[in-house]
Write a protein that binds this ligand. Structure first.
Ligand code: TYM
Length: 331
């Protein structure tokens, strides 16, 4: 397969970023940045689809930006910006909303899970995947590195783009989701059959990227494991230990079979202590850089400003093309 030319992805600034966000998404972005033009967004418009506090939202935007940088995204190689700073996202979302179908949006698993059938949910939550399609299509992205939970949204994006192209002429590049085999879905520590999530009821569900060593130790110690006590990767039969092995393997680069061989007969307690060390030592440099960046909001702000400038240039061209095909004057 030829190398993809451009990658686009984003994270909502809601709540704590956790190990699932890092391993499923951000770590992939950092790995891609020497070979692909990466554009990474902090999707604050998406964060408003649930009830939010404007002051907290602004704070979370800065925190996520600092985490992108602390995790290794280099603004000299990757473009980092805030979604609401580029007006083209909202405008293309309206156009695509006139092309997407009510039925296909109603089938989105995430909407069904978050909406729980309530009439009081925002219309924004329903049209959320249309805005996400606009995000991706504006940048002619070939690949979208995300966790498994976003696969359906990227597929919807492809369907809407294909329909637009077929009706109004070739306009958009069809993107491919880029999802890790293991690690595309990191599970909750307290409930290893459900994905790790920032909106989980208990903080014991996730390891936040900001957690200190004591908190990480406690969370891994209380993580649910399986009956039997063997340390082997079998996600169906042993979801708890398999999830912990996945985290270990993704952080160290060691294969599952190497880990299984090393920990044969060692017991969960021993394995958990070693995993704790791996997690703490992997997050330590990231947390140190994060704390330094938090002390320099002007520098982070300037990176976001420059990112938005570049993003707006690319997005403006795609939006003009789409407007023209759709029957409007180009911008
Ligand atoms: P969000 O903010 O829920 O999650 C951000 C990224 O983290 C991944 N992720 C996980 N990966 C593995 N295991 C987990 N437990 C886990 N939890 C979260 C998500 O798959 C995602 O990649 N709709 C998106 C944001 C978005 C977007 C976009 C993404 C808006 N526009 C355009 C890509 C392209 C979302 O809510 O992600």
């Amino acid at each position: 397969m030829p190398l993809p030319k451009r990658s686009f992805s984003g994270i909502q600034p809601t709540g704590n970023l956790h190990l699932g966000n890092y391993l499923g998404a951000i770590k992939q972005w950092v790995k891609l940045q020497d070979t692909v033009d990466g554009i990474y967004c902090i999707v604050d418009l998406h964060a408003c689809t649930a009830t939010h506090d404007p002051v907290v939202l602004r704070r979370s935007v800065s925190a996520v930006a600092a985490f992108y940088l602390a995790a290794g995204l280099d603004p000299a190689k990757s473009t980092i910006f805030v979604q609401s700073a580029v007006g083209a996202h909202s405008e293309l979302a309206w156009i695509l909303g006139c092309v997407a179908r009510f039925g296909e949006l109603a089938r989105m698993t995430q909407f069904k899970e978050k909406g729980e059938g309530r009439e009081s949910v925002s219309v924004g939550l329903f049209t959320y995947p249309v805005l996400m399609a606009a995000d991706i299509l504006l940048y002619d992205a070939n690949v979208v590195p995300v966790g498994e939970d976003q696969k359906q949204h990227v597929e919807l994006c492809r369907d809407v783009a294909e329909r637009f192209n077929a009706t109004f002429g070739d306009t958009f590049i069809l993107p491919e989701p880029l999802i890790l085999g293991t690690g595309g879905r990191i599970m909750g520590l307290d409930q290893p059959t459900k994905k790790m999530s920032k909106s989980a009821g208990s903080p014991n569900n996730y390891i936040a990227l900001e957690d200190d060593p004591d908190t990480i130790t406690r969370k891994i110690k209380t993580a649910v494991t399986d009956t039997g006590g063997q340390i082997c990767y079998a996600p169906e039969e042993k979801p708890g230990i398999s999830n912990l092995l996945t985290i270990y393997s993704l952080l160290t680069g060691e294969t599952m079979s190497d880990l299984e061989a090393r920990y044969t007969g060692k017991g969960y307690g021993f394995f958990k202590r070693e995993l704790t060390e791996v997690v703490v030592e992997n997050l330590r440099p990231l947390q140190t850089r994060y704390r330094a960046l938090k002390k320099d909001p002007a520098a982070v702000g300037e990176i976001l400003r420059q990112g938005a400038e570049r993003a707006a240039g690319i997005a403006g061209k795609t939006l003009s093309r789409a407007r023209k095909r759709f029957g409007m004057e180009p911008v």
